[in-house]
Structures are given as C-alpha cells and as structure tokens.
Design a protein around this ligand. Structure first.
Ligand code: SF4
Length: 379
C-alpha cells in the first residue's frame, strides 16, 4: 500500500527555498496551503512554470486585488444547511470542507477559512428538502472533496440519497484521483460500496478534476479503471487556467488523453473571478479561442466538452464571436424562463466575466436583471 502523506506546511516542501517560504508566509495565512507528497513529487522543480507547481504551490500574486470570495454568489443558493438548489433538477450537498490538496485557483476557497459554516457534516435537513422536491433527479456531493470522508460516512450520505426514489443520478465531485489515487486503489470497501449503489438504472458518476496531463499518471489511471469496474461512470471538468492549461496544445492533449482513458471531458469552465485568482484569469475571448482551437485537434468524444461560465444566473456558453459581438446562450439557467436564452453582448477582449460585458439591446436576461434589482445591485 502506498502511504501518501498530507502536507500542510510550506517548510515540509523540499523544493522551496527559505527565502521563498518567507515571502509566501502572508499568502498561506490568508489562503490555506495543503498538498500531498505524491502530488508534489509530480513537480519539475527546475521549471518555474511547472503546471503542477502552479496549481498547488502558493504565489505572492494571490495577494493582488481581484474578484470576489464568492464569485458566483453561491451563498444565494442555499435551501438548507450545506444544501444548494440552483437548477431545478440538481441539488448540491456540501458534505466535506477539506480536499486532498488545496488548488490555488479554487473558487470555493472561502470554505476552507476557519469562520465558514457553509459545509455541514449532518446533511439530514438537505435530505429532507430533496425528498420533498420531486423535480430533483440528480444530487451532486461536493465540498471540499467527499472522498476525504471515511467510506462509512460517505456511505451514510449516499444511502440517504439513494433512498429517495426520484433521485436517479448521484455525482461525486472529486480531485482525489489527482491528489491521492491510493484513496481509491487501496480501499476495496469503497469500491464495493460504490458498486452497491451505482446500479444499471441509477448510476453514480465521478466528476473528476484533472487539469493537466501530468496528473494522468499510472496510479491515477488505475484508480479510474477500478471505479469503472465498480460500475461508476466518470467525466472530467476543469477550469481553463492561465499558465496551467491555457494553450490549445495543452488543453487538446488533456481532452484527448481523457477520452482515451474513458473519462471524457464534460465541462471546461471559464475560471471564476475569485479572490486570489488573478494569475489564473484568462479573458473570455482568448479562452474561447483556445477552447475552439483545442477542439479542432481532438476527436469526437473529446469534442463533446462545452466551455461554460458558471455565472450566478446560470451556466452560460459562448457560442460565437464576431469583430464586434459575443454571442452566448444559457446552457442551464437559474430561472426556467432563461433556459436556452440567447444573449448578445458588445465584444470586449479584456472581459473576464459576464458582468464585465455590455449587452446589446434591452437587457438580454431579464429574470436575472430582476433578481439583481431585487438585491439592490442594479439601479
Ligand atoms: S479540489 Fe476542487 S474544491 Fe478542492 S481545492 Fe481544488 S478546486 Fe477547490
């Protein structure tokens, strides 16, 4: 059994000089650091731009003012403790507040701060809510990383959800195959438990979070094989991250390799303008170009991925660009009336997010505009 060690202090990171550690001290005071020795071993310390290093090692640039701590206003989605309900068919249970490591670009880094109470260990109120809401057909377990829970505790959550007839799909958002694949490889009870609840007509999906091909190691692939043998489906989602996967070559390699191993890319996300994330931000227009160029290089299964922006009003997909306009469409909308709504904005190559853009014509998403007025955020 491979024993993976969790590393919570920079002085345990051998590749960093004393001077760098000192410079990073205020950064880790603000945004916690956590890694595994396995994940750190994937870093090429001779390359200052190594993508794994960028994902997990703090940077002074995180202190630069940028974005919001809760960029998509997730706080507005809570319906019960630890339970969000934004899209009618989907409920989200935040059942753990720790991850195998902390990604420096995380859009939920607020959850890891000591005074945050959005995550609960007891999701019973959320379960009651889901039971009452028959429109909910799928439940996403997230956090934090649910695979950091003990198998027994994870089973308790999965069993409670499985007992609700109208919930057909259970999704588990996890980056453990990247940070510590042995969490899966070395726990046959976990695999047996998942096999019990992932049935032919009501599957469990792992929503993996591979960002670069360096993470697709032999153990990571072995973990995915075991999950599949347990009857678990898997798809991948990743943000497009400056300095990590923001070239057509890197993104295409990731998408292609994921399709080869049976974990096809599902969503490529526009990186949310979250505090501390300036160095990962890629403007929308450039991100869209990278994505389209990457798609040209991959085969059909990898091409199915969509690039979306998880805005507080819904998942918005860029569908086209001209010299003067950006065309978008709601892929999923908070309000049913916005579903599939087409949006037209003035093109702005510096914009990072929907809110940075100027709409053409009347406000193209009136339900969202009404919400914002309601919260006093628009005139
Ligand atoms: S694994 Fe996901 S939730 Fe955890 S730190 Fe990374 S991005 Fe955030």
């Amino acid at each position: 059994m491979a024993k993976v060690r969790y590393i919570n202090r920079l002085d345990q990171v051998k590749g960093l000089s004393e001077e760098t550690r000192r410079a990073l001290a205020p950064v880790v005071d603000r945004y916690k650091f956590r890694a595994t020795d396995y994940y750190l071993s994937l870093i090429d310390w001779n390359d200052p731009d190594d993508p794994i290093r960028r994902i997990v090692i703090p940077q002074v640039a995180e202190m630069e003012p940028f974005g919001d701590l809760d960029a998509s206003n997730e706080q507005g989605n809570y319906v019960a403790p630890g339970t969000q309900h934004k899209y009618s068919s989907t409920a989200v249970l935040l059942c753990n507040e720790v991850c195998g490591a902390f990604c420096r670009f995380c859009f939920r880094k607020r959850l890891f701060q000591d005074d945050n109470d959005e995550v609960v260990t007891d999701v019973s109120e959320g379960i009651k809510y889901i039971r009452r809401h028959k429109e909910i057909t799928n439940v996403l377990l997230t956090g934090g990383d649910p695979l950091l829970l003990s198998t027994r505790r994870l089973e308790n959550v999965i069993r409670s959800v499985r007992e609700i007839d109208h919930v057909k799909i259970i999704r588990i958002g996890t980056k453990m195959p990247s940070f510590n694949p042995w969490r899966i490889i070395d726990d046959p009870e976990l695999l047996t438990m998942l096999a019990r609840y992932s049935t032919p007509t009501r599957r469990i999906y792992m929503m993996t979070h591979f960002n670069v091909i360096q993470e697709l190691t032999r153990p990571a692939i072995e973990a995915m094989v075991l999950l599949k043998q347990a009857g678990v489906e898997a798809v991948n989602q990743t943000p497009l991250l400056g300095g990590v996967n923001d070239t057509p070559e890197r993104l295409a390699k990731l998408m292609q390799r994921l399709s080869y191993i049976g974990v096809p890319p599902y969503y490529i996300f526009q990186c949310r303008p979250t505090e501390g994330n300036k160095q990962f931000a890629v403007p929308l227009v450039r991100a869209h170009r990278i994505f389209r160029e990457a798609k040209r290089r991959v085969s059909g299964l990898a091409k199915r991925a969509r690039m979306v922006m998880s805005h507080e009003s819904g998942k918005v997909e860029i569908v086209g660009l001209t010299d003067s306009r950006i065309y978008m469409r709601y892929h999923r909308a908070r309000h049913a009336t916005d579903d599939e709504r087409f949006l037209i904005y003035r093109r702005d190559d510096k914009a990072y997010w929907l809110d940075d853009l100027v709409p053409i014509g009347p406000h193209p998403h009136p339900s969202y505009a009404a919400d914002r007025r309601h919260y006093g955020q628009l005139e």
